[in-house]
Design a protein around this ligand. Structure first.
Ligand SMILES: Cc1cc2nc3c(=O)[nH]c(=O)nc-3n(C[C@H](O)[C@H](O)[C@H](O)COP(=O)(O)OP(=O)(O)OC[C@H]3O[C@@H](n4cnc5c(N)ncnc54)[C@H](O)[C@@H]3O)c2cc1C
Length: 579
């Protein structure tokens, strides 16, 4: 069991070794051979992220990147100057294998497929230190995916060799510029044009939010000449920082945004001025000059993976907020008692732990799933980003006035957290996407099959909780039937409620699955209590708001819940009971 009173600060700890839930998730979900391989790797990276990378995150936040627009001769250079701390972290992330290909190559050498779950675990560790940095280094994998599938042969091989280079100094990183001044949600309004120029294209137009603006390989959206109006007329292009003849490409940075948070990643306004570009399309799309109406679908392949990256960011924020709070509450005293002995503080910390584990279950499920990944990714982003903001805000309050002061990490955590429900699709857009994804029979069947599968497999001791979940699932299916048949504006009005409902069901089901696994593996009923607390919070409406309940779970099981200790079945029984 973790004793947080031994720690002064989260910085300096090994963030993998203190995270029993992460380790259990991987143990539960990975093939044993893959777990044995990645466990020591994660422990090494947990020390790196919790140590030097976490320390540098504070320095970078106070010393954000700046733009040098012209050189001393007045030539436009648009150089983004980073603090050495940021460069050191980028190098470490690449070399250790968080963003660079080291672990993928190693998996290949062992004849194994690299488990996406391990990548999600590494990003989650980095997100606890600095989500801006995760944004900066995390987009490369999405660019690799699109270039691999759709890059024209002449450029693809060189670009891929650089994007997957083992050496940091040889490597290119990626970025994604979609949003224009007219709006990021409605991309059908975008005005950047693409003109064919032999074996490449020339782009002209302005992009309004461009994170990691100094990336070497940018994926962007533009409208090929002669394409339809609206969303069907846009197509993805690859723009490299350098033209093929080695000159600077036509990418002019107007200014860097002065942002609330995520200051480690430069976000800029950019003009494309005859920027040399390559169409990203399959052979059918290429034959039609990008006017095949499916350009946005190709782009969404990258957006889906970066949306999952943002869900991981939200989860990382939750975890950091929880750890900082647990340590602070174990140190600080009030009224002659440590904070974490106080009943309402126990309620707050257990609540954080329960939400963190529920969200982690969903985010890691989405990382592993394929058929319904668009749905699960949307649910994971919705849930993790909103809870990230809430948990960061709670953690700030746990720290009292100190939390509001920039000497402590909570103020930055909250500033950073607020980017997550916005970038890669706002909460409203994500909720609409959930409804859209469910229109696919395949996605819906696969989601229902997953939920029913958990219900059928649950162990008898968890039968009461399972019954609550089964009832809620039936009601959700009825609600979905209503949404499918009602007027469009009414369906949109209910989209947020429904998406959150579905996220609750997945989280509850996944926690039950984890609880059954932990009971069977070690007899520990801790996760069963976590599942019960979650289900009671989300799926049961208690009489009189539960105020007259004599249930003392949050007080009596506080240490093992927050410190990942043992809970016997006898101790768990009261928590699991629904009466
Ligand atoms: C720090 C930061 C970095 C970013 N980096 C990048 C980047 O690298 N690349 C990039 O392409 N973009 C980037 N973005 C842009 C981001 O993706 C957009 O801000 C986001 O998609 C929303 O677009 P918008 O700001 O134009 O808001 P709008 O689209 O104008 O939306 C405004 C409000 O209207 C709501 N709304 C819109 N349509 C609907 C609807 N149908 N129903 C209900 N509500 C609706 C939205 O939810 C939102 O609340 C970044 C943003 C931030 C804050």
């Amino acid at each position: 069991m973790i004793d947080y009173s031994r720690f002064q600060s989260a910085v300096g700890l090994n963030w993998y070794e203190i995270d029993a839930n992460l380790r259990n998730l991987l143990l539960h979900r990975l093939e044993p051979e893959d777990f044995e391989w990645c466990d020591p790797e994660l422990a090494r990276i947990g020390a790196l992220v919790g140590g030097p990378i976490a320390e540098r995150a504070e320095i970078t936040d106070k010393n954000p990147p700046r733009l040098v627009k012209f050189d001393r001769w007045g030539e436009e250079v648009d150089a983004v100057v980073h603090h050495p701390a940021a460069v050191a972290t980028k190098r470490d992330a690449w070399t250790a294998g968080i963003s660079g290909p080291r672990l993928r190559l190693e998996a290949a050498r062992r004849g194994r497929r690299y488990p996406e779950l391990v990548g999600a675990g590494l990003n989650y560790l980095l997100a606890q230190a600095d989500i801006g940095m995760l944004c900066a280094v995390g987009m490369t994998s999405g660019v690799i995916g699109l270039v691999k599938r759709y890059g024209p042969p002449g450029v693809r091989d060189e670009a891929l060799a650089r994007l997957t280079a083992e050496e940091f100094d040889q490597a290119w990183d990626g970025a994604m510029f979609m949003t224009e001044r007219s709006g990021g949600s409605d991309l059908g309004t975008l005005a950047t044009t693409a003109r064919a120029a032999g074996d490449h294209w020339l782009l002209n137009g302005s992009k309004w939010f461009c994170s990691n603006v100094d990336a070497a390989a940018i994926v962007t959206l533009a409208r090929p000449e002669g394409a339809a109006q609206g969303i069907k007329g846009v197509a993805p292009f690859l723009v490299l920082a350098r033209r093929r003849d080695g000159r600077r490409n036509g990418i002019s940075i107007r200014r860097l945004k002065d942002k609330l948070g995520t200051r480690s990643v430069p976000t800029a306004e950019v003009d494309f001025v005859d920027a040399e570009a390559y169409l990203l399309a399959d052979s059918g799309g290429a034959a039609q000059g990008g006017r095949d109406g499916r350009g946005i679908n190709r782009m969404m392949e990258m957006v889906n993976s970066s949306r999952h990256g943002v869900a991981v960011m939200g989860l990382g924020v939750m975890r950091r907020a929880f750890v900082e709070s647990a340590i602070f509450a174990a140190q600080r005293t009030a009224f002659g008692r440590r904070l974490w002995e106080l009943p309402m503080m126990r309620e707050t910390l257990v609540g954080m732990a329960v939400e963190l584990e529920a969200t982690a279950a969903l985010v890691f499920e989405a990382a592993q799933s394929e058929a319904d990944s668009r749905l699960l990714t949307a649910l994971a982003k919705l849930r993790a980003t909103r809870r990230g903001v809430e948990t960061a805000s709670q953690a700030l309050e746990v720290h009292g006035g100190n939390g509001y002061i920039e000497d402590w990490p909570l103020a930055r955590l909250l500033r950073d957290a607020q980017a997550n429900p916005v970038w890669e699709g706002t909460e409203n857009i994500i909720c609409l996407d959930v409804l859209r994804a469910l229109r696919s029979e395949k996605v819906m069947q696969s989601a229902l099959a997953r939920l029913h599968g958990v219900l059928e497999a649950a162990v008898p001791e968890l039968g009461g909780l399972r019954a609550v979940l089964a009832r809620s699932l039936e009601e959700a299916v009825e609600a979905l039937g209503f949404l499918a048949g009602c007027e469009r504006d009414l369906a949109e009005l209910r989209a947020r409620g429904f998406a959150n409902y579905l996220a609750d069901l997945f989280e509850a089901a996944l926690l039950l699955e984890e609880a059954a696994w932990e009971l069977e593996r070690s007899g520990n009923a801790r996760k069963a209590v976590v599942a019960a607390l979650f289900i009671k919070r989300r799926l049961v409406v208690p009489a009189g708001r539960g105020i007259a309940s004599a249930d003392r779970t949050l007080l009596d099981l506080f240490e093992p819940l927050v410190g990942y200790g043992e809970v016997t079945w006898a101790q768990a029984r009261r928590a699991i009971s629904l009466t």
